[in-house]
Design a protein around this ligand. Structure first.
Ligand SMILES: Nc1nc2c(ncn2[C@@H]2O[C@H](COP(=O)(O)OP(=O)(O)OP(=O)(O)O)[C@@H](O)[C@H]2O)c(=O)[nH]1
Ligand SMILES: [Mg+2]
Length: 321
């Protein structure tokens, strides 16, 4: 049985945060329903229209073309008569596309016995600092002793901003003066964590452009410092991507992947984006798992990525409710 039927029959409880957060993307992809219901047969115009919507939803040209091929293949295989029947195929194939390839592990790497270091990187303004606060709160509620390290010593106000978020999350922060070498802040912060027994350390870094060589080199240095203090290195290096920047945002993924060993993506601002299809591009093109998604500005608006909730959130119109 495909995902569509399973989901329909299971009557699974949906997470309302996903449905709310994805409303803009759902409007984009929701127009597929009208296109399918209004089409009389499977002609090229129909597939062109589908293609246009998928590109608008930022699934990306490459992934969209592959996706359309799969729809056409399934249409023949399942001997479909009515374009409306493609709703089920679209949902099933979205699911398949996400799941295939490398194993998709969405939960974060975590070991109760170790100091878990999470490094956050990304371009300016993507939501690194906010996501750190949100994740800190989640980890704290799971009874971890959490420390934030303010290694964005570059932007004026960045340390104070993290300080405010630390207070909101109810966790501790390690900071030095603005302008300090970020690697030295990380070193001292990790030494403190070792001494004081923090088991989760979240490191905020300055937003950087992926074409600024010196900033990218700095990331490599930060990593070396982490490995010096904690020989197994960071449990995760999260690339924080702003969903509203769409495919442009994704170009960063490649460069950041080269500069440092990115282990997963935190996709923010999905609530303000009509480009929810970006999830498929990230997985299909860059083989990076999405670990969390940001669905709003509040401290509780970070949720673990869940492909079922996500596809349901995008296509709930297709399921008839
Ligand atoms: N709607 C919405 N806004 C978000 C989300 N995540 C972050 N933001 C907003 O995005 C803006 C930038 O967030 P920051 O956390 O400061 O981003 P940053 O990556 O740390 O920025 P720099 O340190 O300047 O590189 C803030 O106004 C946040 O409230 C989200 O999931 N949804
Ligand atoms: Mg920041």
């Amino acid at each position: 049985m495909g995902f569509f039927k399973i989901f329909k029959s299971r009557k699974r409880r949906k997470n309302p945060q996903y449905s709310l957060g994805l409303h803009q993307s759902r409007e984009t992809l929701g127009s597929l329903k009208r296109i399918l219901l209004e089409s009389k047969d499977f002609n090229q115009d129909l597939y062109d229209e589908i293609e246009e919507v998928l590109i608008m939803a930022d699934i990306g040209v490459e992934t969209t073309l592959l996706f359309i091929e799969r729809l056409q293949h399934q249409q023949k295989l399942r001997k479909l008569k009515d374009p409306a029947e493609l709703r089920e195929v679209i949902v099933d194939e979205m699911f398949n596309l996400y799941l295939e390839g490398q194993i998709v592990k969405t939960e974060i790497n975590y070991n109760r016995e170790l100091i878990n270091v999470y490094l956050f990187v990304g371009v300016n303004g993507t939501g690194k600092t906010t996501s750190i606060a949100k994740l800190a709160k989640i980890l704290k509620e799971q009874n971890n002793k959490v420390l934030l390290i303010a290694a964005d010593t570059f932007r004026a106000g960045a340390i104070d901003q993290l300080d405010i978020w630390a207070a909101r999350a109810g966790v501790e922060i390690f900071q030095k003066a603005q302008g300090s070498d970020p690697s030295s802040v990380i070193y001292d912060g990790l030494m403190l964590a070792k001494k004081a027994g923090h088991n989760c350390v979240l490191i905020d870094t300055a937003g950087r452009l992926h074409n600024k060589e010196f900033l990218m080199n700095e990331l490599a240095k930060m990593r070396r410092v982490i490995e010096k203090v904690i020989d197994y290195g960071p449990q995760e290096t999260f690339l924080v991507v702003d969903a509203t920047t769409g495919q442009n945002g994704l170009k960063q993924a490649e460069v950041f992947k080269e500069a440092t060993a990115v282990t997963g993506v935190i996709l923010t601002k999905l609530d303000g984006s009509a480009k929810g299809g970006i999830v498929l591009s990230i997985k299909h093109k860059y083989q990076l798992p999405i670990k969390y998604v940001g669905l709003g500005e509040k401290i509780t608006d970070l949720v673990p990525f869940d492909i079922e909730e996500y596809i349901y959130g995008l296509f709930s119109d297709f399921f008839g409710d």
